[in-house]
Design a binder for this molecule. Sequence first.
Ligand code: SF4
Length: 116
Amino acid sequence: MKKISLTCVECPLGCDITVELDGERVVSVAGNTCPRGEKYAKAEVVCPKRVLTTTVRLENGKMLPVKTNQPIEKSLTFNAMQRVSKVTVASPIKIGDVIVKDLYEGIDLVACANSD
Ligand code: SF4
């Protein structure tokens, strides 16, 4: 049996959560004060995900901040960054515009700022 301690990031309370694992199987979750914490903890120990935030190049040489519109598996981050590093986009771009459609499994890369 393995115990993993983590801090829930689902809200500002930041509950300290302990997850007990038997191999890949979650046996128990403790320390969370709401169901969101349990869901977060289970996902975090089995398949952690993060919103990818980075930049893409604009044709004018400037950089545009972008992010995925949903979290992607942490294990895919390196491949995603390789794909994103090859992207160049033309202005004008508006915040929320899709920069890369379906970067991974229906998850898009979207602009976090206007280009001009
Ligand atoms: S367990 Fe619930 S209350 Fe605690 S930090 Fe997570 S979301 Fe917030």
